[in-house]
Ligand binder design. Structure first.
Ligand SMILES: Nc1ncnc2c1ncn2[C@@H]1O[C@H](COP(=O)(O)OP(=O)(O)OP(=O)(O)O)[C@@H](O)[C@H]1O
Length: 295
């Protein structure tokens, strides 16, 4: 079932067109990563989907509803974690969750929300005393309160320590397993690669690359890297490489085959290729391969 549908969406801020006719879909139970450098138009897109901004062109549907005209119903069934959270600094964590529970239909119990986000031990602490990462966790706890069918996460793990990040990923995975559609924006490409099964990369308000995560990465092939022996000139290797310092990198559709070719070539000459590493393409490779303006 399609949970989020964006068709030819356009949105300007004043005269500046931040989103220029983008389309994508997110299915129930899917984590979809919307990526792109600062100012690409990701937050504007999320704000339209959440009903904070009206589209100037095209259409968006969340759970089949129009967020600008059916905002209350969309709000009831979505959770949202924006970059800037508006907390009351003098309230405790527990009081903040209680206040939000008051606005939420059939909310989760407070302790469950705090437990899920690793804040159980911080219930009595005032919001002003939380670290940046803990504030993000509180924001997530509030976004989860209504057991949403759709969750918008705008850079959810910024400022979190590795443990907090891993715990957040686990919460997001569990929600997706239970059918929540998750739209994630992040600058952490490893996070996107681990969490999302599909993605779109935006640049200057347009989508410049999109597709299933596994399929897109598999289509990029992979790379073999090793330290170039002093006696070997890169041009003499049996496959083309780029050299960075003393590390040679060979991009290949089939990196295992490329590694075999390089190793046999080295063995025939009694050479070793120290530090040889074979790996599939990452989202970072894909990003770095985009035209400069698209990063
Ligand atoms: N309220 C606003 N008024 C004017 N311009 C805006 C407004 N909000 C965003 N913009 C501009 O629209 C463009 C897209 O911004 P947006 O916040 O959607 O990008 P983003 O991809 O989320 O970036 P980031 O990764 O930095 O969060 C930027 O150039 C930004 O300066």
């Amino acid at each position: 079932m399609t949970a989020i549908r964006v068709e030819a969406l356009r949105k300007s801020h004043g005269r500046f067109e931040a989103v220029k006719g983008i389309s994508f879909e997110v299915a129930a139970g899917e984590v979809f990563a919307l990526l792109g450098r600062n100012g690409a138009g990701k937050t504007t897109t999320v704000e339209v989907l959440a009903g904070f901004l009206r589209p100037d062109g095209g259409s968006v549907r969340v759970l089949g509803l129009d967020p600008s005209t059916e905002r209350a119903e969309v709000r009831r069934r979505t959770g949202i974690m924006l970059q800037e959270a508006g907390f009351f600094p003098d309230l405790t964590v527990a009081a903040t969750v209680d206040a939000w529970r008051g606005f939420t239909a059939a909310p989760r119990p407070r302790d469950e929300a705090l437990e899920l986000t690793g804040l159980a031990g911080r219930a009595g602490v005032r919001v002003r005393q939380l670290s940046g990462g803990e504030k993000r966790r509180l924001d997530l706890a509030l976004a989860l309160l209504g057991r949403p069918d759709v969750l918008f996460l705008d850079e959810p793990t910024t400022g979190m320590d590795p443990e907090g990040r891993a715990a957040t990923w686990e919460v997001v995975r569990e929600l997706a397993r239970r059918g929540t559609a998750v739209l994630l924006t992040t600058h952490y490409l490893e996070e996107a690669q681990r969490l999302a099964s599909a993605m779109a990369i935006m640049d200057g308000g347009e989508i410049v690359a999109s597709g299933g995560m596994a399929e897109t990465l598999a289509a990029r092939g992979g790379r073999v890297s090793f330290r170039l022996p002093a006696a070997v000139a890169a041009a003499n290797l049996p496959l083309p490489v780029t050299v960075d310092g003393d590390v040679a990198v060979c991009r290949a559709e089939d990196p295992d085959l490329a590694a075999q070719t390089l190793l046999s070539w080295a063995a025939e000459r009694g050479l070793r290729l120290p530090g040889l590493e074979v790996r599939a393409a990452t989202l970072e490779d894909l990003f770095l391969d985009l035209p400069t303006s698209a990063r």
